[in-house]
Design a binder for this molecule. Structure first.
Ligand code: ADP
Ligand code: MG
Length: 698
């Protein structure tokens, strides 16, 4: 294998390839579209398409696809070959600008939440030239947005791009107020840290729960779990190392900046972090990373689990969304600067984020809501379902000084006056200590930690960008046209701190006392489940904010509300059906067979010598028999609760019934089965145990 710099991005139609394969004029025109969103004319598109096709064919491609991110959470593609019949009976390879710019997947079965009547089920995909095309297998993949013919977004990409646009617009207004006329564009960047589990394919295949739902629905606690914390940053096992090596190569070829890899806290759990990049590209890359992780794992006889909580009682997997705002001139607006003026600007952007997170706690919670993540948020290794922010002691002291007009406690005890003082440097050590906060400032970026490992990062960033755009809009509206900018700015920052300091919490987010304080004293929201938070997507304040920035239309919000709850309900119903099936057809019969063997053993012993007490056998048979009864009863009750669901019409009510009844019945059935597992001889148990799964990869 050649060296990394030589093959990095070799499967990407990136800037290097464009420069090499396009005329200077076409390149300049395309670059204007990429950098400034200028409209591309068809003749340029034709030339680009032709160059793309030639490059793709030279790299082994035979097909192309418009690659998009429907609301199912995964990516979608429909492959068309480049072939066109030629008059001599052969074929030529063709690809036009029209085909590059617009596609019409017959996508009637993608969820649309009622946005797309079936008679015009087609919808269309539109090229996103800001994200490079790439080759996967034998297919040229063109990143696209997916819309209905009415113009409504049917994907996650479109609102993400709109939210970036909204933030850009408002951030530029603010920068102009600070006298900055050179910046043309402000973009957010994201570096998502991706956690995952690796288990052996052989064991995975033996568990219907993993195959159908991605998580274990049964499983007694193993003798050893993660108590020793000996896996974190531990030596990577050879088989895992081989997987990581191939994964990196595949990602690098696709131009994905895979950087850090290590073992995580739970056994069999690992993490991969790329170097951060522009948010829409980071989103595409993260989707690809998840896909390629699964593909490479399968080549190594492994399965990559991306579920948020594959094992009860063991850490789940999250995705940390490291987020910052930067200008096209390379300035990170969340980084304290060198001059007092830069610092005032930094504090304003910081306050915009504080206000955004407090005002739109609900939207942030909603953006990470899935049936899977509900099991993780609030378990003892993940952030709670309560959103709060960590700023670190130093920055906190600065904010307090501003709020109270008191001296900031640095060596000189100077009064904090914006535009006058230089801020202290916040070094990483003092900002990154708190790992329990859902939303932590880490020196020059925020780390939003509530995302589940399988979530698309699009959702969280849509809400984050929009909410911050709203804060900035309010600030810009207030500051534009004031006579004394500095005083007005100072007052506004003070007011933000006063009004929103309840969202700042520097203590232990995993502590129960915090949840009590957060909800009872500070009035913060605690939406424990998807069913609890989802209806708030349609709260007036949220609809007003998201529509005013043109991130969503009302119809799109309604459809997303439906789809999210539908996903939640379907996910849990599949889990419940899988449980009933496993309990009835495999677990109960296994326990029954083992019970019979124990009973037979006792009978044989008695036959040999009636004075043998057989207390062990007799107690075991009694307990196992009770458990079999319990399993049968609980499986039936669960089944009944599922039947009753079919009578519920409203999706919100269905979700509530799932939360209150189905999930409770599932956990009751599980308790009986898990106890039976601890009492049943291993050779009778139909599934690999937690210990097998977690310690099975050598
Ligand atoms: P950890 O959180 O594990 O200590 P780091 O903070 O070094 O690791 O990086 C985590 C992720 O944050 C990486 O993907 C990194 O590229 C990303 N990151 C670093 N700086 C920024 C930034 N300014 N904006 C967005 N993401 C960033
Ligand atoms: Mg991190």
């Amino acid at each position: 294998m050649s060296k990394v710099p030589e093959f990095f991005g070799s499967l990407v139609f990136d800037d290097r390839v464009m420069k090499a394969n396009l005329s200077a004029k076409v390149y300049a025109s395309l670059k204007k579209t990429i950098d400034e969103g200028a409209k591309l004319d068809l003749s340029v598109a034709n030339t680009v398409a032709d160059a793309m096709k030639d490059w793709a064919i030279a790299n082994g491609a035979t097909h192309y696809t418009h690659w998009f991110q429907p609301l199912t959470g995964i990516t979608a593609e429909k492959h068309d070959s480049f072939i066109t019949p030629s008059p001599d009976g052969g074929v030529i390879m063709e690809f036009s600008g029209k085909e590059l710019i617009k596609g019409e997947p017959d996508a009637s079965s993608f969820p649309s939440g009622g946005l797309r009547a079936t008679f015009e089920a087609r919808g269309y995909t539109a090229w996103d030239p800001t994200s490079y095309a790439f080759i996967k297998g034998k297919t040229l993949c063109i990143p696209t947005a997916f819309c209905s013919y009415g113009g409504e977004a049917l994907d996650k990409k479109t609102p993400l791009l709109r939210s970036m646009q909204a933030l850009n617009k408002q951030a530029l207004r603010i920068l102009r107020l600070f006298g900055n006329d050179t910046v043309k564009c402000v973009r957010t960047s994201v570096g998502p840290e991706q956690e995952y589990f690796l288990i052996t394919r052989e064991m995975y295949d033996q568990r219907p729960d993993l195959r159908f739902t991605g998580r274990t629905l049964f499983g007694a606690k193993p003798p050893k779990g993660q108590e020793m914390d000996d896996h974190y940053f531990g030596v990577i096992k050879p088989r895992v190392a081989a997987f990581m090596e191939e994964l990196n190569d595949e990602l690098w070829k696709l131009g994905i900046l895979a950087k850090t890899e290590h073992n995580e806290v739970a056994p069999a759990q690992h993490e991969l972090a790329p170097i951060y990049t522009t948010t829409n590209i980071a989103t595409d890359h993260n989707q690809l990373t998840m896909e390629i992780m699964q593909k490479v794992a399968s080549k190594h006889g492994l399965v990559c689990l991306l579920h948020e909580k594959p094992f009860a009682g063991v850490n789940g997997s999250g995705k940390h969304n490291n987020w910052s705002i930067a200008t096209d001139t390379g300035v990170n607006l969340l980084s304290p600067g060198e001059t007092p003026y830069e610092n005032a600007q930094f504090l304003l952007f910081l306050c915009a984020v504080i206000k955004a997170v407090d005002d739109y706690q609900d939207l942030l919670r909603i953006s990470v809501a899935t049936a899977g993540n509900d099991h993780r948020l609030g378990a003892n290794e993940a952030p709670p379902a309560v959103v709060s922010m960590f700023l670190g002691d130093e920055l906190n002291a600065v904010l307090e000084a501003i709020e109270n007009d008191t001296p900031y406690c640095d060596a000189e005890k100077t009064q904090m006056k914006l535009g006058v003082n230089v801020l202290p440097k916040f070094n990483r050590d003092t900002t990154d200590r708190n790992r329990t906060s859902p939303f932590a400032f880490t020196g020059n970026k925020f780390e939003f930690r509530m995302l589940g490992s399988s979530n698309s990062i699009a959702c969280a960033n849509i809400m984050l960008n929009s909410a911050v755009a709203e804060s900035l809009k309010i600030y810009a509206d207030r500051l534009e046209g004031v006579d004394d900018f500095e005083t007005a700015l100072h007052e506004m920052i003070r007011k933000t701190i006063k009004d929103h300091k309840r969202i700042i919490f520097n203590g232990n987010g995993y502590d129960d006392a915090w949840i009590k304080e957060a909800t009872e004293e500070r009035g913060l929201l605690n939406y424990r489940t998807t069913a609890d938070c989802m209806p708030h997507l349609l709260d007036k304040k949220n609809v007003d904010m998201l529509t005013s920035h043109k991130v969503f239309t009302v119809a799109e919000l309604n459809s997303r509300y439906e789809i999210m709850l539908e996903n939640y309900c379907k996910t849990v119903v599949i889990e419940a059906n899988t449980m009933v099936d496993m309990a009835k057809t495999q677990i109960a019969p296994a326990v029954e067979a083992f019970t019979l063997e124990v009973a037979k053993t006792a009978a044989a012993k008695k036959a040999l010598d009636p004075s043998i007490a057989c207390g062990y056998e007799s107690n075991l048979v009694k307990r196992l028999s009770a458990l079999i009864d319990m399993i049968a009863i609980k499986a039936d009750e669960l089944n009944t609760s599922l039947t009753e669901l079919t009578a519920v019409d409203d999706i919100g009510e269905e979700a509530n019934a799932i939360r209150d009844i189905v999930l409770t019945k599932m956990s009751e059935l599980r308790i009986a089965c898990d106890e039976a597992e601890t009492l049943t001889a291993k050779k009778y148990w139909p599934y690999p145990s937690y210990a097998d799964l977690l310690f099975g990869v050598k």
